[in-house]
Design a protein around this ligand. Structure first.
Ligand SMILES: [Cu+2]
Length: 255
């Protein structure tokens, strides 16, 4: 469950909204609905615990090919590790049975098809990637490029197209890149006949909105380049959105 907490909380907001964590208890005598609810809430209040009669539980176990055996009876709960993480409450029995059971995570899509499995060796990062691979991308990135400018320029700009193709408003929280000390979304404006670049923090992207980044308009600004662009082959940029999480952009420079 600690693993699932890390996976769930490691998902970008848009993916978390579309992911449900279901946990089936094979111990209906001990895991009453009330106790199961408290146990799940200890990890994350969104998690759902499932229990039922012994027959119900066995039916689910069979569907998921989950084998279990009872290995001990009437053990004081203090001796059973995972249960002791939940502070004692009056919904908890003083003793419990101990089961030996397999541990497999089933990643099931909205059609009810199993799309991948998680085992003990599956890292959280891998499982998060498996979940994200089932979801449509929330932000579309197109046609990004950079002009290389003067040879020893300390700053540079990138242009392209960013579209919010999700079904929720989003906010661009920050921009970063390993090639520069500071990276920001800027907008070039003419104010009183002067050309000014304005930092545009927390830019809102409405549903379906496309932001065109082009010269004399919006651009991604790199300040304090760590080396001249003439020595850089690949520019990696990470856009951090409130809902979509990290969205990568890669620009190949041709010299
Ligand atoms: Cu700028």
């Amino acid at each position: 469950m600690g693993y699932l907490k890390k996976v769930y909380e490691g998902l970008p907001a848009y993916a978390r909204k579309k992911t449900k964590i279901l946990f089936v208890s094979i111990d209906p005598e001990y895991d009453t609905p009330q106790h199961l609810k408290e146990f799940m809430a200890h990890f994350n209040k969104d998690f759902i615990g499932i229990t039922g009669s012994r027959e119900d539980v066995d039916q689910i176990a069979e569907l998921f090919q989950m084998k279990y055996t009872k290995i001990a009876e009437d053990i004081p709960v203090e001796f059973v590790d995972y249960r002791s993480v939940v502070k004692k409450s009056n919904t908890q029995n003083a003793t419990t049975n101990v089961y030996n059971h397999g541990v497999v995570l089933y990643l099931i899509d909205t059609e009810g098809d199993v799309r991948s499995l998680g085992y003990t060796g599956t890292t959280e990062k891998e499982f998060i990637a498996n979940i994200l691979s089932l979801l449509p991308k929330p932000i579309e990135i197109e046609d990004f490029y950079m002009n290389q400018g003067a040879k020893n320029a300390r700053s540079a700009a990138a242009y392209g197209k960013i579209t919010n193709i999700s079904n929720a408003e989003d906010v661009l929280i920050s921009v970063s890149s390993p090639i520069a000390k500071r990276v920001e979304l800027h907008q070039t404006k003419v104010v009183d006949n002067f050309v000014k670049m304005i930092h545009t923090p927390n830019k809102v992207f409405e549903i379906g909105e496309t932001l065109m980044l082009k010269p004399m308009s919006y651009h991604i600004m790199f300040m304090g380049l760590k080396k001249p662009l003439s020595e850089v082959e690949t520019v990696d940029i990470s856009l951090k959105f409130k809902n979509a999480g990290n969205v990568p952009i890669r620009i190949k420079l041709e010299h």
